[in-house]
Design a protein around this ligand. Structure first.
Ligand code: FES
Length: 106
C-alpha cells in the first residue's frame, strides 16, 4: 500500500490505492483546509508535492486551470482531486494559528 508523508508534520500514513491526499491527511490527524468540501472548486486544499508526482492520478482540466491561475501548476496539486497510487511526500500549507504565528499559506 502507498505511503504518504506529510510535512512539516512528519506524519507518514499508509493508505489504500485510490485514496485522495485530502482523505489521507484528514483521516490521520492532519488538518487540511478544504473550504469547498472537496469538490475541486476552491484551491484551499493545495499542497506542494515534493516527490511522487508520478504516483498521483492524472490532473484534470479544472484542477489544471485552477493551479495555472495560481501560478503553482508545476509544484502543487489539489489534495481533494489527487488520488494516491504510490509513495508521495507532500508539504501542506502552514496557516496562521495565532496572531503571533507567521502566515505562509503556500
Ligand atoms: S477542497 Fe476545495 S479544491 Fe480541494
Amino acid at each position: 500500500m502507498p505511503i504518504v508523508e506529510i510535512l512539516p508534520d512528519s506524519v507518514s500514513v499508509q493508505v489504500k490505492a485510490g485514496t485522495s491526499l485530502l482523505t489521507a491527511a484528514t483521516t490521520n490527524g492532519v488538518e487540511l483546509m478544504h473550504s469547498c468540501g472537496g469538490i475541486g472548486a476552491c484551491t484551499s486544499c493545495r499542497v506542494a508535492i515534493l516527490s511522487g508526482q508520478d504516483h498521483l492520478s492524472s490532473i484534470g482540466t479544472a484542477e489544471r486551470e485552477q493551479l495555472q491561475e495560481s501560478g503553482i501548476l508545476e509544484t502543487h496539486r489539489l489534495a481533494c482531486q489527487a488520488m494516491v497510487y504510490g509513495d508521495v511526500v507532500l508539504q501542506r500549507p502552514r496557516w496562521r494559528t495565532s496572531l503571533d504565528a507567521p502566515v505562509t499559506g503556500d
